[in-house]
Design a protein around this ligand. Structure first.
Ligand code: 13P
Ligand code: SF4
Length: 353
């Protein structure tokens, strides 16, 4: 639906009034009504880099979810303030790994005598507390666009990896891109005693996958892939690596949101694409490429409900507060956590290209 013209005018006026003091970042899953006001758009890797590259902006308004805003706070200067227009915009996957649970897993590794072999790697989609844990233990952060590079680096530091919190990104990268087998991977379930694993399983594993997942991407199934191939002959199936292993295995292309956009942009006119990722992005791609058939991999609607919480009314409210001299919804990470989280984030930013 077209955005409310009154709200568009108010957002435009507030943006103009704030000028260079303001920088708006928008993740690719944001609504069109919000994306139109973003100074830059990107996947979570690009947004982390872009946030760090704007030391002049006093206010970074992050149109995305909480863990992204936390990372931006860690990577920006202490004077800069990161604002999340709706504090309820979290990420259910990030919530699946809590610091106390990860500490408990580490105690188990210590008791089993394997802790010194394990390098923790956390997906960007995790709290600053988890990133801090990973930084304290010599690990690295990764995103969907550099998971292979991060894992390659981690396996140069130790024999085993604890991958948090997305089992699918961990498994898909290790098995489909790095030559590991499914038997090299075990699943650590934080809700089970000893993670639901035996000593032998832990001793034999190369990839210890945390039992977390994205509920949005978890909805795509192998049936969706088979069904779309039947319905649209010659279709290219393009999915995000947060999808389940059998879905990614059956797809033709896999990559981050930025990769998905680049791939569709580079595709020839007349080509057909079925895309397994969040719906705001797929709809935008379909609208931008009327010469290509761009469809959603699932037959039902599936937005990321927390990404969608950032809507135009929330953005207008946040911007008008700033104009009025108040700074709403500031996301701050305590200095100790931020210090170690930054170690793990800097390690990611330093990965060889
Ligand atoms: P990207 O890094 O690919 O943008 O993914 C972020 C995300 O939350 C996907 O669910
Ligand atoms: Fe989190 Fe999934 Fe939403 Fe991405 S799409 S922000 S992983 S819940």
């Amino acid at each position: 639906a077209p955005s409310d013209p009154d709200l568009v005018a108010r957002a435009t006026a507030a943006k103009e009034a704030l000028g260079e003091r303001l920088f708006i970042l928008g993740h690719h899953y944001q609504r069109d009504e919000v994306i139109q006001f973003a100074d830059v758009t990107g996947d979570s890797f690009k947004l982390a880099r872009d946030a760090a590259a704007r030391p002049g902006a006093e206010f970074i308004v992050f149109c995305g979810v909480h863990f992204m805003a936390e990372s931006a706070d860690i990577l920006t200067t202490p004077e800069q303030r990161v604002i999340l227009p709706d504090l309820a915009a979290g990420c259910s996957m990030a919530d699946m790994a809590v610091l106390s649970q990860v500490e408990q897993a580490w105690e188990l590794f210590e008791a089993e005598g394997i802790a010194d072999q394990v390098v923790p790697v956390t997906y960007m989609n995790s709290s600053a507390a988890i990133k801090g844990f990973v930084g304290r233990h010599g690990g690295v952060v990764c995103t969907s666009s550099n998971a292979k590079r991060a894992l390659t680096w981690a396996f140069e530091q130790g024999q085993k990896v604890l991958f948090l919190p997305d089992q699918h990104l961990g498994r898909n990268t290790a098995v489909l891109e790095m030559g590991f087998t499914l038997d090299d991977c075990v699943l650590y379930d934080p809700h089970k005693r000893d993670g639901g694993l035996t000593s032998d399983q832990l001793a034999g594993a190369r990839m210890i996958l945390w039992r977390g997942h994205c509920s949005v991407h978890g909805r795509f199934s192998l049936d969706c892939v088979n069904e779309v191939r039947e319905r649209i002959p010659g279709v290219n199936v393009l999915v995000h690596p947060e999808c389940r292993h059998e879905v990614v295995t059956a797809a033709d292309y896999v990559g981050s949101t930025e990769y998905i956009i680049r791939t569709v942009e580079a595709a020839p006119a007349g080509s057909a694409w079925a895309i397994g990722t969040e719906l705001n992005l797929v709809r935008r791609l379909a609208n931008r490429h009327p010469d290509k058939t761009v469809s959603f991999l699932d037959r039902t609607v599936c937005y990321c409900s927390t990404m969608n919480r950032i809507d135009l009314p929330h953005l207008v409210w946040a911007l008008e507060e700033l104009v009025a001299g108040r700074v709403p919804n500031v996301i701050t990470v305590d200095p100790q956590t931020a210090h170690y989280a930054r170690v793990a984030l800097d390690q990611m930013l330093a990965l060889p290209a």
